[in-house]
Design a protein around this ligand. Sequence first.
Ligand code: ATP
Length: 314
Amino acid sequence: DPDILVAGEALVDFLPDQSGPLQDVEGFSRRAGGAPANVAIALARLGEWPWFLSNLSTDAFGEFLADTLATEGITDRFLTRDQEHRTTLAFVAHDADADRSFSFYRTATADQHIDPGVVDDDALVTVSWVVLGGVALASEPARSRLLDFTERAREHGCTIVLDPNRRPELWADTATYERVLGDALALTDVCKVSEEDLAGTRFADEPPDALLDAGPHTVVSTRGADGARVVADGGAPWGPAEYEHGGYAVEPTDTTGAGDAFLAGVLYGLANGERLDETLAFADAVAALTTTEQGAIAALPDHEAVAAFRADSE
Ligand code: ATP
């Protein structure tokens, strides 16, 4: 049985065929997305098949997502189907600085009605890692259900991994985001963050002492093209540590999902007992490769491709 359970949304990203403000974009390409879905698929590509706990609409986009997950070899044991709620849609635009913005169509959608009750205790005892993302925590009932589930997973000895994956449009204000992030961090062992996740909150200081004080024993920070950094305190089973990796040089086409690919690389390393510095380098390589094609999952590599890429780059 899988060792890793990823929980949260699958949604459809509509990537613009041109750059510029969303109101001027005429054509879009449909891509499966949602950070947890991307992480689950990235793990499957690496040969580390996870459970994916999610709720998919039975609408046309939900069918597309179910097909995509099945094609990637993700089992549907914890994928519930929902006739009442539609699929979340996210329209992406690239502004002048090539920064991405998201417009979410997410009123009463299926992903917000995720049901962790389908994961019974017998299944949970076989899981070592539970992975959560912040988008699913932005609204109810998903937020309470997932936080309750996380507590239950902790009682079963699971290691909890959190990616806040902040999307400001989904949060009423920074104070609400900061409060919910604090609640989630209290249950978290390993936290993966970017600068945007923390900007303007009390967790924004560097080194990440405020984050480490809030719950996690290990904080992994991404730095875009400049790679990533990991800091673990004395509470980490791998012991206190601090490493940086400067990233891999690529010509990026689209960085959508780079952070998700990176997190999958981190999980792969940790779940296989790799050293932290090796885990960081591996995750940077998975993420760099993912930026070389449009969409979050198109260029997700398998294990051999990562090894070949690293051998070429060193
Ligand atoms: P996301 O933008 O997907 O929500 P994030 O903010 O964590 O997540 P980034 O910090 O942009 O994402 O990137 C995550 C990882 O992807 C980086 O740590 C790095 O390994 C890799 N990466 C991102 N951009 C580039 C790039 N231009 N060149 C090489 N690697 C990159």
